[in-house]
Design a protein. Sequence first.
Length: 334
Amino acid sequence: MTENRNKLEQKDSYRPQPDSFFPANAEEQKQLDAWFDSLKDNGSVTPFENDAEKAALKQRVIEGVFDRIGDREQKNSAAPIRTLNWNWLKVAASVAIVSTLGLIGYNYWNKPKPVEYVAVSANNGRVMQVMLPDSTTIWLQAGSTLKYPKQFSDTTREVYLDEGLAYFKVTHNKEKPFIVHTPQLDTRVLGTSFVIKSYKQLDDVQVDLLTGRVRVSHNKETLGELTPNKRLTFHRASAKVDIEELNTAESARFVRGDIVLQRAGFEELFTTLQNIYGVKFKYDADRLKDCKFNLRFKTSLKVEQVLEIVNGIHPIKFNRNGKEITIETKGCNK
């Protein structure tokens, strides 16, 4: 037992101590450092992300070398030898570095690769059509912004509608669900067509289903599953949800230059006109907050012509000064 303990203590004497590094002098230390640094020039794969990682690997390699040298010298001598045998050092180090690099290399190459995204925005006055890697087609209304990966993962197809109005025609793939993320809602489908409206300046987020079936959730809580001709409205302030039936096909007509607003308010109307015509509106939001109406118009009309149509529904006066339009009204009948 005592003999075995002595061997272990003798072997451990080869490890560098806090105040005594293994190389016997500065020249040996310099040779050891130079040898390690030369590895990158010998075709070795050294996936160092930074100097700290390289230093940690170096220490692990040297400690592995000490173990092997200690084993070898114990067979030949009872006393530790403090000089470097470079031939044996290279042999021992090659074994140590292969095992160490193997572990670090495995972790490096199996790290999740960062996802590369493409961000697109539809300029004012135009609808943008986007084709995704899986052949899904998306139409963005003017003023809308979308982000999607250059390549989908092996399990899902996820895109991000940061803001705006978008019509999705999703390629069916039961193995890879399609998920649309907005700041408040997640809409999950397999293959279907639907419209999402999510503007920062609007109080509500809407999902209109044309075909297929979708599941809508908020903070991982399911809000509802929609069937065709159903609209889900999520009220941001209260987090309450309404599901109603209407002709959802009308919501997608914007891709052909036809704007159809169903049960909309002035805030939604002005947001739509601002994105199409590049104008800003000045109005009393409190007076108009209870107004709801249906409206249809073509984007080929001038903004003044659209406002005349609105005036036929709810009496308003408007004055345009450059890019700003001031609205005056007594309000709406509730």
